[in-house]
Write a protein that binds this ligand. Structure first.
Ligand code: SAM
Ligand code: SF4
Length: 362
């Protein structure tokens, strides 16, 4: 079927999505134009900022792709002081960014749970309740997620990484800490508690097929997700998956594939928040802005005050050598080039969250 016909369909099948993922030349332009049209109908040229603080690289897990995995000894482990984190939050607030993401490696001890709740309360207090807080600190028990929600966090990012349970063990150790079912269960917990829930996958993993990616998109739709962050997988030399780099498609192709995934997702789910992820910029200087121009509506300036070079998830991670100030200023200028409009002093919630009423059947 021709791409124009597919784009005119009400519901896209797995086969349709695979055909769109294969689109090139004029067909690719048609796909991008349709995604842009839907983005503009729902968000205009608006872009929401989320200032991200990568406050610790200490992690109990060993995901085979990740540069800060527990077994990697080639980096300095850090955990920023509360005071530094609060100062960074204040910096965001003073610069009109009212949406903050706290991200780290995974820890599940009691002290960690209490500390996060404390930080959330402190940030809320400091901003008079004006800063909206997103957490991204991995898999936790229901009670812990609830505790943080009650402390004031209202969004949570937990990528499923690969949506097919049969593929999950290809990219994770085979032990009780790395279970697909647990990760999925956590996504249900978050939804049940009332968080705006974000998930995502990596694109271009070794052995991943277009069929797998189509399944990922259908998973997001079925799960009725509020926010999405998909990025190209980028190899890191101190990880086990690095040995399979000969199976990878070139970085440029991973970039285009990510753009296509974002565009198709925008068509499938017009009113969700889709982030232009940092990994896009690792491949193309203007990767994030290009993604925002077509389908995405969220960008996450990194305002981590220290230790950026120790949060290297993958090779060539951008902006590891500048401060938060430089990062925000630089972004504002970049958006202007694409006539994109940063929305300040706004939480930039997912419109989809407020519209969704149904809970998926488990
Ligand atoms: N530890 C938390 C978790 O896993 O949910 C949050 C932090 S983790 C570093 C954030 C995301 O980084 C992961 O969900 C994963 O998709 C991404 N990531 C890790 N290694 C990557 C790589 N080599 N290339 C691209 N993305 C990567
Ligand atoms: Fe830890 Fe998250 Fe990296 Fe996995 S992806 S090793 S959980 S930081």
């Amino acid at each position: 079927m021709a791409v124009t016909d597919i784009l005119n369909k009400k519901n896209l099948t797995r086969q349709d999505i695979i055909a769109l993922l294969r689109a090139e030349g004029d067909d690719l332009k048609l796909l991008f134009d349709r995604a842009r049209q839907i983005r503009e109908q729902n968000f205009g040229r608006r872009v929401y900022y989320r200032a991200i603080i990568e406050f610790s690289n200490i992690c109990r897990k060993d995901c085979l792709y990740c540069g800060i995995r527990r077994s990697n000894k080639h980096l300095v482990r850090y955990d920023l002081d509360d005071e530094l984190i609060l100062r960074a939050a204040r910096f965001a607030f003073d610069n009109g960014i009212y949406s903050l993401v706290l991200q780290s490696g995974e820890r599940t001890d009691r002290a960690f749970a209490q500390r996060i709740a404390h930080l959330v309360r402190k940030i809320k207090q400091m901003s008079g309740g004006k800063i909206g807080i997103t957490l991204s600190v991995g898999e936790q028990d229901f009670q812990v997620y609830k505790y943080w929600y009650e402390a004031g966090a209202h969004r949570y990012l937990l990528r499923i990484e690969v949506s097919d349970p049969r593929l999950y063990p290809l990219y994770h150790p085979w032990d009780d800490l790395h279970k697909y079912d647990r990760r999925l269960e956590c996504l249900y917990y978050l939804k049940d508690i009332g968080y705006q829930v974000g998930t995502g996958v990596m694109i271009g993993l070794p052995l991943q097929t277009l069929g797998n990616l189509a399944d990922d998109l259908l998973f997001f739709k079925r799960f009725d997700i509020d926010m999405l962050g998909m990025g190209p997988y980028i190899e890191h030399n101190h990880t086990p998956l690095y040995s399979y780099r000969h199976l990878l498609i070139p970085l440029r192709k991973r970039l285009i594939l990510t753009m296509k995934m974002n565009a198709i997702l925008r068509i499938l789910m017009p009113d969700i928040n889709i982030a232009a992820t940092t990994a896009l910029q690792a491949i193309d200087q203007m990767g994030r802005e290009k993604a925002l121009d077509i389908a995405c509506n969220v960008i996450m300036p990194n305002i981590t005050p220290d230790h950026r070079q120790d949060y290297l998830l993958y090779e060539g991670k951008p902006c590891t050598d500048e401060g938060g100030d430089a990062c925000v200023q630089c972004l504002n200028k970049r958006l202007e080039i694409y006539r994109l409009k940063p929305i300040m002093q706004d939480w930039g919630d997912s419109p989809h969250y407020f519209k969704r009423t149904s809970t998926p059947v488990r």
